[in-house]
Design a protein around this ligand. Structure first.
Ligand code: HEC
Length: 334
């Protein structure tokens, strides 16, 4: 057994011990079999000693690079808490990989030393390594495919109603809205007249695009964290929520709903949902606490403009006009 192999084994054993024994103790969520965690903190210095031994065995540069890379992967994947979104994880790992590569390629000698085992494996000088590698690769790909398509958790027995029946009326900022008849006060573009105009660019050309633009700004100030900057429900915080934030591009959300329904959902958020929408609690905030009525309507206007959907309508023109003729224009409405 040569030193390289021993250092590799020591490294693997150290990682396994850390992950299965030391880490669960530090991680308060899972106490595992440990009775008194503090005694086991001793294991951390022991782990460090093992790492020291590994390095003293002077493994080749390629092995050190592999170990450093694995340590980074382990840190971002398991240690860092709360868990980071997938895209951020990829970004960090790319940077970590570049750093590792810079280390091994700092001069011609280390780089030659780094690539020599790789080259030797590929050209067949290390026969066994080559056989193992080429046998393992397809197995690895198969395993990853299996992991990605195999369902990891049980479906809840009770099914959540994603679009519950809304209440007949909803009270927002002291004003009662009848959901049956309420329409978006800023909607003038039923015929897609402004399809070729753009928020921000054409905001000063007409009132409608000005409102869409304001709604867009408000969306990016308040909603894109969860609903995504492409309105596809993949915002930077979306990964930690169950249920996940609604995807407005999807034909199953705003496209099939009435604007008054959306208004009610935006104003009241997750807390305002009726019981049939449990078990999972929604992270959608009740926006009436942060935004004015006008702002919420403008964001909704923007969401439809951006996605190109048209709100679902049931009622007649008359009730739409009636609403705003009676109430007056928003702004002075309450
Ligand atoms: C903290 C994350 C978060 C933020 C910020 C957020 N939402 Fe949501 N939203 C959710 C989640 C999660 C859902 C899905 C669960 C549900 O239906 O309540 C949702 C659902 C919705 C729905 C319901 C869609 C449907 O199909 O019924 C609308 C509309 C909506 N959000 C609009 C907004 C608007 C507008 C903003 C910004 C003012 C916003 N959201 C900000 C998390 C968020």
């Amino acid at each position: 057994m040569n030193k390289t192999f021993i250092s590799f084994v020591v490294f693997v054993v150290t990682m396994l011990v850390f992950h299965n024994v030391v880490f669960p103790i530090m991680n308060i969520k899972e106490f595992s079999w440990v009775m008194n965690p503090y005694v086991y903190y001793l294991l951390i210095p022991i782990t460090l000693i093992f790492i020291n031994i590994t390095l003293r065995l002077k493994p080749p540069v390629s092995l050190i690079a592999l170990m450093v890379w694995v340590l980074g992967f382990y840190f971002y994947k398991y240690v860092l808490y709360p868990p980071i979104p997938w895209t951020l994880f990829i970004t960090y790992m790319v940077m970590w990989s570049i750093g590792t590569f810079l280390y091994v390629s700092q001069d011609a000698n280390t780089f030659r030393e780094f690539r020599s085992p790789i080259v030797k494996t590929i050209i067949g000088e290390y026969k066994i390594a080559r056989i193992v590698l080429f046998a393992l690769l397809p197995v690895l790909v198969g395993w990853m495919t299996y992991q990605s398509i195999y369902p990891t958790f049980q479906e809840p027995v009770e099914l959540r109603t994603v679009h519950p029946a809304p209440p007949a009326t909803t009270k927002v900022h002291g004003k009662t809205w009848v959901l049956e008849t309420s329409r978006n006060p800023y909607r003038v573009d039923e015929q897609d007249n402004y399809k070729n105009s753009f928020p921000f660019l054409d905001a000063d050309k007409n009132e409608y695009m000005k409102n869409v633009t304001e709604g867009g700004s408000l969306f990016f100030q308040n909603c894109h964290y969860c609903h995504g900057d492409q309105l596809n429900g993949i915002g930077m915080f979306s990964h930690v929520f169950n249920p996940t934030p609604a995807n407005f591009i999807d034909p199953g959300t705003i496209a099939m709903l009435r604007e008054s329904f959306i208004f009610w959902r935006v104003a009241k958020g997750g807390p305002g949902l009726p019981n049939e929408s449990t078990p999972w609690s929604s992270a959608m905030p009740p926006w009436e606490e942060h935004l004015s009525t006008e702002e919420m309507w403008k964001i909704i206007l923007f969401e439809y403009w951006y996605t190109g959907w048209h709100p679902r309508t049931f009622d007649t023109e008359e009730s739409y006009v009636g609403q705003w003729e009676k109430e007056g224009k928003p702004g002075g409405a309450h």
